[in-house]
Design a protein around this ligand. Sequence first.
Ligand SMILES: Cc1cc2nc3c(=O)[nH]c(=O)nc-3n(C[C@H](O)[C@H](O)[C@H](O)COP(=O)(O)OP(=O)(O)OC[C@H]3O[C@@H](n4cnc5c(N)ncnc54)[C@H](O)[C@@H]3O)c2cc1C
Length: 472
Amino acid sequence: MTRPSVVIVGGGIAGLAAAFELSGGASPRDDAPRIELIESDATLGGPLTTVAWRGRHLDLGPDGFLARRPEALALLRDLGLENELEYVDASGASLYLRGALRTLPEDSVMGIPRSSTSMRDMGGLSTSAVFAVRRDERLPRRQRVGDDASIGEIVRRAWGDEVAYRIVEPMIGGIQAGRIDQLSARSVFPPLLEAARRGGSLLRALASLSPSSTSTTPSFASLERGLGSLPVRLADVLRERGVEVRTGHSVETVRETPGEYPLAVETADTVTPAHAVILATPAPTSARLVSSLTDGATGLSTIDSASAAMISLLYTADDLTLPPQGTGVLIPLDTPFSGDTHLVTALTFLDRKWPHLRRDGEVLIRAHVGRIDDHRGEQMSDDALLERVVAEVATVLGARGTPLDSFVQRWPRGLPQYYVGHAERVTHARSALEPFGILLAGSPYDGVGIPASIGSGRRAAQQVLTRLGHGE
Ligand SMILES: Cc1cc2nc3c(=O)[nH]c(=O)nc-3n(C[C@H](O)[C@H](O)[C@H](O)COP(=O)(O)OP(=O)(O)OC[C@H]3O[C@@H](n4cnc5c(N)ncnc54)[C@H](O)[C@@H]3O)c2cc1C
Protein backbone atom coordinates (compact mmCIF):
# COMPACT_ATOMS: atom_id res chain seq x y z
CA MET A 1 0.00 0.00 0.00
CA THR A 2 1.20 3.54 -0.76
CA ARG A 3 2.56 5.38 2.24
CA PRO A 4 0.05 8.08 3.22
CA SER A 5 1.17 11.62 2.41
CA VAL A 6 0.32 14.72 4.46
CA VAL A 7 1.22 18.29 3.51
CA ILE A 8 1.30 21.12 6.02
CA VAL A 9 1.11 24.60 4.56
CA GLY A 10 2.62 27.29 6.83
CA GLY A 11 5.64 26.91 9.08
CA GLY A 12 4.57 29.09 11.99
CA ILE A 13 4.38 27.48 15.41
CA ALA A 14 1.00 25.84 14.58
CA GLY A 15 2.28 24.18 11.40
CA LEU A 16 5.48 23.04 13.12
CA ALA A 17 3.53 21.62 16.07
CA ALA A 18 1.25 19.79 13.63
CA ALA A 19 4.27 18.23 11.86
CA PHE A 20 5.77 17.23 15.21
CA GLU A 21 2.56 15.51 16.29
CA LEU A 22 2.17 13.74 12.92
CA SER A 23 5.70 12.39 13.20
CA GLY A 24 4.89 10.88 16.60
CA GLY A 25 5.07 13.76 19.10
CA ALA A 26 7.14 12.84 22.15
CA SER A 27 8.00 9.41 20.66
CA PRO A 28 8.79 9.27 16.92
CA ARG A 29 6.68 6.67 15.14
CA ASP A 30 7.92 4.18 12.55
CA ASP A 31 4.60 4.15 10.73
CA ALA A 32 4.38 7.96 10.37
CA PRO A 33 2.97 9.23 7.08
CA ARG A 34 5.23 11.03 4.61
CA ILE A 35 5.16 14.62 5.88
CA GLU A 36 6.03 17.74 3.91
CA LEU A 37 5.88 21.21 5.44
CA ILE A 38 5.93 24.19 3.05
CA GLU A 39 6.64 27.72 4.30
CA SER A 40 6.71 30.81 2.10
CA ASP A 41 9.17 32.80 4.24
CA ALA A 42 12.88 32.09 4.36
CA THR A 43 12.58 31.31 8.08
CA LEU A 44 10.22 29.22 10.22
CA GLY A 45 8.26 30.23 13.31
CA GLY A 46 6.50 33.39 12.11
CA PRO A 47 6.72 36.02 14.85
CA LEU A 48 8.71 33.67 17.13
CA THR A 49 11.96 35.26 16.05
CA THR A 50 15.02 35.92 18.18
CA VAL A 51 18.10 37.93 17.22
CA ALA A 52 21.47 38.43 18.91
CA TRP A 53 21.38 42.09 19.98
CA ARG A 54 23.49 44.03 22.49
CA GLY A 55 24.77 40.78 24.01
CA ARG A 56 21.27 39.40 24.50
CA HIS A 57 18.83 37.00 22.85
CA LEU A 58 16.16 39.54 21.90
CA ASP A 59 12.70 38.34 20.86
CA LEU A 60 11.27 40.50 18.08
CA GLY A 61 7.70 39.15 18.39
CA PRO A 62 6.20 37.45 21.45
CA ASP A 63 8.45 37.64 24.51
CA GLY A 64 6.55 35.09 26.60
CA PHE A 65 3.59 32.74 26.72
CA LEU A 66 0.86 31.89 29.15
CA ALA A 67 2.24 29.14 31.37
CA ARG A 68 -1.08 28.34 33.01
CA ARG A 69 -2.21 26.72 29.75
CA PRO A 70 -0.64 23.31 29.19
CA GLU A 71 0.13 23.21 25.43
CA ALA A 72 3.40 25.16 25.19
CA LEU A 73 4.88 23.60 28.34
CA ALA A 74 3.99 20.12 27.08
CA LEU A 75 5.69 20.76 23.74
CA LEU A 76 8.82 22.10 25.45
CA ARG A 77 8.91 18.97 27.61
CA ASP A 78 8.45 16.72 24.57
CA LEU A 79 11.38 18.49 22.91
CA GLY A 80 13.58 18.29 26.01
CA LEU A 81 13.68 22.08 26.31
CA GLU A 82 12.20 22.35 29.80
CA ASN A 83 15.61 23.09 31.36
CA GLU A 84 15.75 26.26 29.22
CA LEU A 85 12.42 27.52 30.56
CA GLU A 86 12.46 30.83 32.32
CA TYR A 87 9.51 32.07 34.37
CA VAL A 88 8.51 35.71 34.49
CA ASP A 89 10.24 37.47 37.35
CA ALA A 90 7.71 40.24 38.05
CA SER A 91 3.95 40.69 38.14
CA GLY A 92 1.30 43.35 37.91
CA ALA A 93 0.80 46.20 35.46
CA SER A 94 -0.16 49.86 35.40
CA LEU A 95 -2.65 51.87 33.41
CA TYR A 96 -1.75 55.35 32.21
CA LEU A 97 -4.81 57.39 33.17
CA ARG A 98 -5.13 61.16 33.44
CA GLY A 99 -1.41 61.68 33.05
CA ALA A 100 -0.31 59.26 35.78
CA LEU A 101 0.46 55.56 36.24
CA ARG A 102 -2.28 53.71 38.15
CA THR A 103 -1.45 50.28 39.50
CA LEU A 104 -4.00 47.66 38.45
CA PRO A 105 -5.07 45.54 41.42
CA GLU A 106 -3.16 42.24 41.18
CA ASP A 107 -6.30 40.27 41.97
CA SER A 108 -8.16 41.38 38.88
CA VAL A 109 -10.00 39.42 36.20
CA MET A 110 -8.07 40.11 33.01
CA GLY A 111 -7.27 43.55 34.39
CA ILE A 112 -10.80 44.28 35.53
CA PRO A 113 -10.75 45.05 39.26
CA ARG A 114 -13.03 42.72 41.22
CA SER A 115 -15.00 45.44 43.01
CA SER A 116 -15.99 49.08 42.69
CA THR A 117 -13.87 49.77 45.76
CA SER A 118 -10.66 48.45 44.21
CA MET A 119 -11.57 50.34 41.03
CA ARG A 120 -11.95 53.56 43.01
CA ASP A 121 -8.71 52.94 44.93
CA MET A 122 -6.83 52.54 41.66
CA GLY A 123 -7.52 56.19 40.87
CA GLY A 124 -7.74 57.94 37.51
CA LEU A 125 -11.45 57.25 36.96
CA SER A 126 -14.28 59.76 37.35
CA THR A 127 -16.74 59.44 40.23
CA SER A 128 -19.49 58.58 37.76
CA ALA A 129 -17.44 55.69 36.32
CA VAL A 130 -16.94 54.21 39.80
CA PHE A 131 -20.62 54.84 40.52
CA ALA A 132 -21.64 52.90 37.38
CA VAL A 133 -19.70 49.90 38.64
CA ARG A 134 -21.17 50.23 42.13
CA ARG A 135 -24.64 50.30 40.57
CA ASP A 136 -23.84 47.06 38.74
CA GLU A 137 -22.87 45.50 42.07
CA ARG A 138 -26.06 46.60 43.81
CA LEU A 139 -28.76 47.20 41.18
CA PRO A 140 -27.56 45.51 38.00
CA ARG A 141 -28.99 46.26 34.57
CA ARG A 142 -30.54 43.30 32.76
CA GLN A 143 -28.52 42.04 29.84
CA ARG A 144 -30.19 40.16 27.02
CA VAL A 145 -27.33 38.25 25.43
CA GLY A 146 -27.67 35.50 22.84
CA ASP A 147 -25.01 33.11 21.58
CA ASP A 148 -22.50 35.90 21.09
CA ALA A 149 -22.08 39.63 21.63
CA SER A 150 -19.21 42.06 21.43
CA ILE A 151 -17.16 42.54 24.57
CA GLY A 152 -17.86 46.27 24.28
CA GLU A 153 -21.64 45.80 24.18
CA ILE A 154 -21.60 43.77 27.40
CA VAL A 155 -19.22 45.88 29.43
CA ARG A 156 -20.51 49.26 28.26
CA ARG A 157 -24.05 48.28 29.25
CA ALA A 158 -22.95 47.07 32.69
CA TRP A 159 -20.25 49.60 33.63
CA GLY A 160 -20.48 52.47 31.18
CA ASP A 161 -18.14 53.79 28.48
CA GLU A 162 -15.36 55.07 30.72
CA VAL A 163 -14.61 51.73 32.38
CA ALA A 164 -15.09 49.95 29.03
CA TYR A 165 -12.65 52.09 27.05
CA ARG A 166 -10.19 53.05 29.83
CA ILE A 167 -9.78 49.66 31.51
CA VAL A 168 -11.26 46.77 29.55
CA GLU A 169 -10.16 47.84 26.08
CA PRO A 170 -6.48 48.43 26.87
CA MET A 171 -6.35 45.09 28.65
CA ILE A 172 -8.41 42.72 26.50
CA GLY A 173 -8.39 44.65 23.22
CA GLY A 174 -4.66 45.21 23.62
CA ILE A 175 -3.76 41.52 23.52
CA GLN A 176 -5.27 41.25 20.02
CA ALA A 177 -4.71 44.86 18.97
CA GLY A 178 -8.49 44.99 18.46
CA ARG A 179 -11.49 47.06 19.50
CA ILE A 180 -13.85 45.75 22.17
CA ASP A 181 -16.88 46.84 20.13
CA GLN A 182 -15.93 44.34 17.43
CA LEU A 183 -14.31 41.51 19.39
CA SER A 184 -16.47 38.48 20.17
CA ALA A 185 -17.03 37.77 23.86
CA ARG A 186 -17.65 34.10 23.01
CA SER A 187 -14.34 33.64 21.21
CA VAL A 188 -12.05 36.07 23.06
CA PHE A 189 -13.30 36.11 26.66
CA PRO A 190 -15.90 33.35 27.23
CA PRO A 191 -16.29 33.96 31.01
CA LEU A 192 -17.59 37.45 30.19
CA LEU A 193 -20.33 36.05 27.93
CA GLU A 194 -21.20 33.46 30.55
CA ALA A 195 -21.33 36.14 33.27
CA ALA A 196 -23.60 38.34 31.13
CA ARG A 197 -25.93 35.42 30.41
CA ARG A 198 -26.22 34.56 34.10
CA GLY A 199 -27.81 37.93 34.77
CA GLY A 200 -27.39 39.93 37.98
CA SER A 201 -24.20 41.84 38.68
CA LEU A 202 -21.71 41.37 35.84
CA LEU A 203 -18.79 42.13 38.13
CA ARG A 204 -19.84 39.59 40.75
CA ALA A 205 -20.66 36.91 38.16
CA LEU A 206 -17.33 37.45 36.44
CA ALA A 207 -15.44 37.28 39.73
CA SER A 208 -17.17 34.01 40.65
CA LEU A 209 -16.45 32.50 37.22
CA SER A 210 -12.78 33.49 37.44
CA PRO A 211 -11.74 32.54 40.98
CA SER A 212 -8.55 34.12 42.30
CA SER A 213 -5.67 31.93 41.37
CA THR A 214 -4.03 30.05 44.21
CA SER A 215 -1.35 28.70 41.89
CA THR A 216 2.23 29.56 42.82
CA THR A 217 3.44 28.97 39.25
CA PRO A 218 4.17 32.29 37.56
CA SER A 219 1.65 32.97 34.84
CA PHE A 220 4.13 33.60 31.98
CA ALA A 221 7.23 31.84 30.76
CA SER A 222 9.87 32.22 28.08
CA LEU A 223 13.11 30.52 27.01
CA GLU A 224 16.62 31.59 28.02
CA ARG A 225 17.75 31.68 24.38
CA GLY A 226 14.55 33.43 23.30
CA LEU A 227 11.28 32.02 21.98
CA GLY A 228 12.80 31.86 18.50
CA SER A 229 14.82 28.89 19.76
CA LEU A 230 11.59 26.84 19.83
CA PRO A 231 10.92 26.77 16.04
CA VAL A 232 14.65 26.22 15.42
CA ARG A 233 14.61 23.17 17.67
CA LEU A 234 11.35 21.88 16.19
CA ALA A 235 12.72 22.15 12.65
CA ASP A 236 15.87 20.22 13.66
CA VAL A 237 13.81 17.43 15.22
CA LEU A 238 11.47 17.28 12.22
CA ARG A 239 14.36 17.00 9.76
CA GLU A 240 15.96 14.27 11.91
CA ARG A 241 12.66 12.37 11.66
CA GLY A 242 12.64 12.62 7.88
CA VAL A 243 10.02 15.35 7.54
CA GLU A 244 10.60 17.37 4.38
CA VAL A 245 10.77 20.99 5.54
CA ARG A 246 10.78 23.48 2.65
CA THR A 247 11.20 27.22 3.18
CA GLY A 248 10.97 30.02 0.63
CA HIS A 249 8.15 28.29 -1.30
CA SER A 250 4.69 29.80 -1.44
CA VAL A 251 1.77 27.41 -1.90
CA GLU A 252 -0.51 28.69 -4.65
CA THR A 253 -3.38 26.24 -4.59
CA VAL A 254 -4.73 22.98 -3.19
CA ARG A 255 -6.77 21.05 -5.75
CA GLU A 256 -8.50 17.69 -6.09
CA THR A 257 -6.95 14.96 -8.22
CA PRO A 258 -8.38 11.70 -9.50
CA GLY A 259 -6.68 8.50 -8.39
CA GLU A 260 -4.81 7.35 -5.36
CA TYR A 261 -4.01 10.74 -3.90
CA PRO A 262 -7.14 12.85 -3.61
CA LEU A 263 -5.29 16.18 -3.25
CA ALA A 264 -2.42 18.05 -4.88
CA VAL A 265 -0.60 20.96 -3.25
CA GLU A 266 1.00 23.30 -5.77
CA THR A 267 3.76 25.88 -5.51
CA ALA A 268 5.12 27.76 -8.53
CA ASP A 269 7.37 24.82 -9.43
CA THR A 270 6.21 21.73 -7.51
CA VAL A 271 3.14 19.56 -7.08
CA THR A 272 2.91 17.35 -3.98
CA PRO A 273 0.26 14.63 -3.90
CA ALA A 274 -1.48 14.26 -0.55
CA HIS A 275 -4.11 12.29 1.33
CA ALA A 276 -4.62 15.13 3.79
CA VAL A 277 -3.57 18.79 4.07
CA ILE A 278 -3.26 20.98 7.14
CA LEU A 279 -3.57 24.67 6.35
CA ALA A 280 -1.71 26.64 9.04
CA THR A 281 -1.71 29.87 7.04
CA PRO A 282 -3.47 33.21 7.67
CA ALA A 283 -7.25 32.74 7.21
CA PRO A 284 -7.65 34.77 3.97
CA THR A 285 -4.73 32.81 2.47
CA SER A 286 -6.38 29.52 3.43
CA ALA A 287 -9.64 30.69 1.83
CA ARG A 288 -7.77 31.48 -1.40
CA LEU A 289 -5.84 28.19 -1.47
CA VAL A 290 -9.02 26.08 -1.39
CA SER A 291 -11.22 28.31 -3.57
CA SER A 292 -11.25 25.80 -6.45
CA LEU A 293 -12.58 23.05 -4.14
CA THR A 294 -15.51 24.66 -2.35
CA ASP A 295 -17.06 28.02 -1.64
CA GLY A 296 -17.77 26.86 1.93
CA ALA A 297 -14.56 28.47 3.20
CA THR A 298 -14.99 31.94 1.68
CA GLY A 299 -16.03 33.29 5.12
CA LEU A 300 -12.38 32.88 6.15
CA SER A 301 -11.41 35.73 3.84
CA THR A 302 -13.32 38.11 6.14
CA ILE A 303 -11.09 37.30 9.15
CA ASP A 304 -9.11 40.51 9.36
CA SER A 305 -5.73 40.92 11.08
CA ALA A 306 -4.13 43.90 12.79
CA SER A 307 -0.60 45.03 12.06
CA ALA A 308 1.76 45.83 14.90
CA ALA A 309 5.20 47.30 15.41
CA MET A 310 7.42 46.40 18.35
CA ILE A 311 10.07 48.96 19.22
CA SER A 312 12.76 47.74 21.64
CA LEU A 313 14.54 50.56 23.46
CA LEU A 314 17.71 50.26 25.52
CA TYR A 315 18.37 53.11 28.00
CA THR A 316 21.11 53.70 30.52
CA ALA A 317 19.82 53.25 34.06
CA ASP A 318 20.64 56.95 34.60
CA ASP A 319 18.16 57.97 31.90
CA LEU A 320 15.25 55.71 32.77
CA THR A 321 13.92 54.71 36.16
CA LEU A 322 11.02 52.29 35.98
CA PRO A 323 8.11 52.47 38.43
CA PRO A 324 8.85 50.30 41.47
CA GLN A 325 6.55 47.43 40.42
CA GLY A 326 4.95 45.78 37.44
CA THR A 327 5.77 44.31 34.06
CA GLY A 328 4.57 47.26 32.02
CA VAL A 329 2.05 49.99 31.28
CA LEU A 330 -1.14 49.96 29.22
CA ILE A 331 -2.18 53.17 27.48
CA PRO A 332 -5.87 53.53 26.56
CA LEU A 333 -6.66 54.61 22.99
CA ASP A 334 -7.42 58.31 22.57
CA THR A 335 -5.11 59.27 25.45
CA PRO A 336 -4.01 62.80 24.45
CA PHE A 337 -0.39 63.32 23.40
CA SER A 338 1.01 66.61 22.14
CA GLY A 339 -2.02 67.71 20.09
CA ASP A 340 -2.64 64.12 18.92
CA THR A 341 -3.25 60.85 20.76
CA HIS A 342 -0.71 58.26 21.92
CA LEU A 343 0.53 55.88 19.26
CA VAL A 344 1.99 53.51 21.85
CA THR A 345 -0.65 51.14 23.25
CA ALA A 346 1.60 49.40 25.81
CA LEU A 347 5.10 49.45 27.24
CA THR A 348 6.70 46.20 28.40
CA PHE A 349 9.54 46.21 30.93
CA LEU A 350 11.47 43.46 29.18
CA ASP A 351 14.47 43.10 31.48
CA ARG A 352 12.31 43.26 34.58
CA LYS A 353 10.26 40.35 33.26
CA TRP A 354 13.09 38.18 31.96
CA PRO A 355 16.35 37.63 33.90
CA HIS A 356 18.23 36.59 30.72
CA LEU A 357 17.84 40.14 29.38
CA ARG A 358 19.24 41.96 32.45
CA ARG A 359 22.55 43.85 32.31
CA ASP A 360 23.97 46.19 34.94
CA GLY A 361 23.45 49.88 34.27
CA GLU A 362 20.91 49.33 31.46
CA VAL A 363 17.12 49.24 31.17
CA LEU A 364 15.42 47.44 28.26
CA ILE A 365 11.80 48.18 27.43
CA ARG A 366 9.52 47.59 24.45
CA ALA A 367 6.84 49.82 22.99
CA HIS A 368 3.84 48.28 21.19
CA VAL A 369 2.26 50.27 18.36
CA GLY A 370 -0.75 49.48 16.17
CA ARG A 371 -4.43 48.62 16.42
CA ILE A 372 -6.87 47.26 13.87
CA ASP A 373 -8.15 50.81 13.24
CA ASP A 374 -4.95 52.77 13.92
CA HIS A 375 -2.58 52.70 10.97
CA ARG A 376 -0.55 55.79 11.83
CA GLY A 377 2.57 53.80 12.72
CA GLU A 378 2.42 51.87 9.42
CA GLN A 379 2.57 55.14 7.51
CA MET A 380 5.72 56.37 9.29
CA SER A 381 9.32 55.59 8.42
CA ASP A 382 11.24 53.62 11.08
CA ASP A 383 13.13 56.80 12.05
CA ALA A 384 9.96 58.86 12.44
CA LEU A 385 8.27 56.07 14.40
CA LEU A 386 11.26 55.76 16.71
CA GLU A 387 11.42 59.51 17.33
CA ARG A 388 7.72 59.60 18.18
CA VAL A 389 7.89 56.55 20.47
CA VAL A 390 10.90 57.97 22.35
CA ALA A 391 8.93 61.20 22.96
CA GLU A 392 5.96 59.20 24.26
CA VAL A 393 8.20 57.16 26.58
CA ALA A 394 9.62 60.42 27.95
CA THR A 395 6.08 61.55 28.79
CA VAL A 396 4.77 58.29 30.26
CA LEU A 397 7.88 57.05 32.11
CA GLY A 398 9.92 60.23 32.43
CA ALA A 399 12.81 58.82 30.33
CA ARG A 400 15.57 61.32 29.56
CA GLY A 401 17.63 61.73 26.41
CA THR A 402 17.87 59.28 23.56
CA PRO A 403 18.13 55.51 24.02
CA LEU A 404 21.55 53.82 23.80
CA ASP A 405 20.14 51.62 21.04
CA SER A 406 16.82 50.62 19.48
CA PHE A 407 15.27 47.97 17.25
CA VAL A 408 12.13 48.55 15.20
CA GLN A 409 10.32 45.38 14.12
CA ARG A 410 7.08 45.43 12.16
CA TRP A 411 4.55 42.58 12.02
CA PRO A 412 2.13 43.28 9.17
CA ARG A 413 -1.28 41.64 9.66
CA GLY A 414 0.09 39.49 12.48
CA LEU A 415 -2.86 39.52 14.89
CA PRO A 416 -6.15 37.90 13.74
CA GLN A 417 -9.35 39.57 14.90
CA TYR A 418 -12.10 37.41 16.38
CA TYR A 419 -15.19 39.44 15.56
CA VAL A 420 -18.70 38.58 16.71
CA GLY A 421 -19.79 35.38 14.88
CA HIS A 422 -16.17 34.14 14.57
CA ALA A 423 -16.91 30.71 16.03
CA GLU A 424 -19.69 30.05 13.47
CA ARG A 425 -17.53 31.22 10.58
CA VAL A 426 -14.74 28.85 11.60
CA THR A 427 -17.09 25.90 12.23
CA HIS A 428 -18.73 26.44 8.84
CA ALA A 429 -15.39 26.50 7.01
CA ARG A 430 -14.11 23.45 8.87
CA SER A 431 -17.16 21.39 8.02
CA ALA A 432 -16.86 22.39 4.35
CA LEU A 433 -13.17 21.38 4.23
CA GLU A 434 -13.02 18.25 6.35
CA PRO A 435 -14.70 15.98 3.75
CA PHE A 436 -11.77 16.79 1.44
CA GLY A 437 -9.23 15.87 4.13
CA ILE A 438 -8.28 19.52 4.71
CA LEU A 439 -7.85 20.76 8.27
CA LEU A 440 -7.39 24.32 9.55
CA ALA A 441 -4.89 25.10 12.30
CA GLY A 442 -3.37 28.16 13.92
CA SER A 443 -4.09 31.49 15.50
CA PRO A 444 -6.95 32.56 13.21
CA TYR A 445 -9.16 29.77 14.56
CA ASP A 446 -8.69 28.42 18.07
CA GLY A 447 -7.29 31.36 20.01
CA VAL A 448 -4.51 33.89 19.50
CA GLY A 449 -1.33 33.09 21.40
CA ILE A 450 1.45 30.52 21.40
CA PRO A 451 -0.18 27.81 23.56
CA ALA A 452 -3.48 28.01 21.65
CA SER A 453 -1.67 27.84 18.29
CA ILE A 454 0.39 24.81 19.39
CA GLY A 455 -2.74 23.06 20.66
CA SER A 456 -4.56 23.84 17.42
CA GLY A 457 -1.74 22.38 15.31
CA ARG A 458 -1.42 19.23 17.37
CA ARG A 459 -5.19 18.62 17.36
CA ALA A 460 -5.35 19.00 13.57
CA ALA A 461 -2.54 16.43 13.29
CA GLN A 462 -4.40 13.99 15.56
CA GLN A 463 -7.49 14.35 13.39
CA VAL A 464 -5.42 13.58 10.31
CA LEU A 465 -3.89 10.52 11.97
CA THR A 466 -7.35 9.24 12.90
CA ARG A 467 -8.52 9.85 9.34
CA LEU A 468 -5.56 7.85 8.02
CA GLY A 469 -6.31 5.05 10.43
CA HIS A 470 -3.29 5.83 12.65
CA GLY A 471 -5.35 7.05 15.62
CA GLU A 472 -4.77 5.85 19.16
C1 LIG B 1 3.62 41.31 17.41
C2 LIG B 1 3.07 40.07 18.03
C3 LIG B 1 3.19 39.85 19.39
C4 LIG B 1 2.68 38.70 19.97
N1 LIG B 1 2.87 38.49 21.32
C5 LIG B 1 2.49 37.32 21.86
C6 LIG B 1 2.83 36.99 23.21
O1 LIG B 1 3.48 37.77 23.91
N2 LIG B 1 2.45 35.77 23.69
C7 LIG B 1 1.77 34.87 22.91
O2 LIG B 1 1.44 33.77 23.40
N3 LIG B 1 1.44 35.15 21.64
C8 LIG B 1 1.79 36.34 21.09
N4 LIG B 1 1.51 36.61 19.79
C9 LIG B 1 0.69 35.65 19.03
C10 LIG B 1 1.49 34.45 18.55
O3 LIG B 1 2.74 34.86 18.07
C11 LIG B 1 0.68 33.78 17.46
O4 LIG B 1 -0.59 33.41 17.99
C12 LIG B 1 1.36 32.54 16.88
O5 LIG B 1 2.72 32.76 16.63
C13 LIG B 1 0.60 32.18 15.60
O6 LIG B 1 1.20 31.04 15.01
P1 LIG B 1 0.58 30.44 13.69
O7 LIG B 1 1.44 29.30 13.29
O8 LIG B 1 -0.87 30.21 13.86
O9 LIG B 1 0.68 31.60 12.61
P2 LIG B 1 1.96 32.23 11.89
O10 LIG B 1 3.13 32.24 12.78
O11 LIG B 1 1.48 33.52 11.31
O12 LIG B 1 2.25 31.19 10.71
C14 LIG B 1 1.62 31.21 9.46
C15 LIG B 1 2.71 30.90 8.45
O13 LIG B 1 2.12 30.69 7.16
C16 LIG B 1 3.06 31.16 6.21
N5 LIG B 1 2.36 31.34 4.93
C17 LIG B 1 1.47 32.29 4.57
N6 LIG B 1 1.05 32.09 3.32
C18 LIG B 1 1.68 30.98 2.86
C19 LIG B 1 1.65 30.26 1.62
N7 LIG B 1 0.86 30.66 0.60
N8 LIG B 1 2.43 29.16 1.48
C20 LIG B 1 3.23 28.73 2.50
N9 LIG B 1 3.30 29.39 3.69
C21 LIG B 1 2.53 30.48 3.88
C22 LIG B 1 3.54 32.46 6.83
O14 LIG B 1 4.75 32.92 6.26
C23 LIG B 1 3.69 32.06 8.29
O15 LIG B 1 4.99 31.60 8.61
C24 LIG B 1 2.00 37.76 19.18
C25 LIG B 1 1.88 37.96 17.80
C26 LIG B 1 2.41 39.10 17.23
C27 LIG B 1 2.29 39.31 15.74
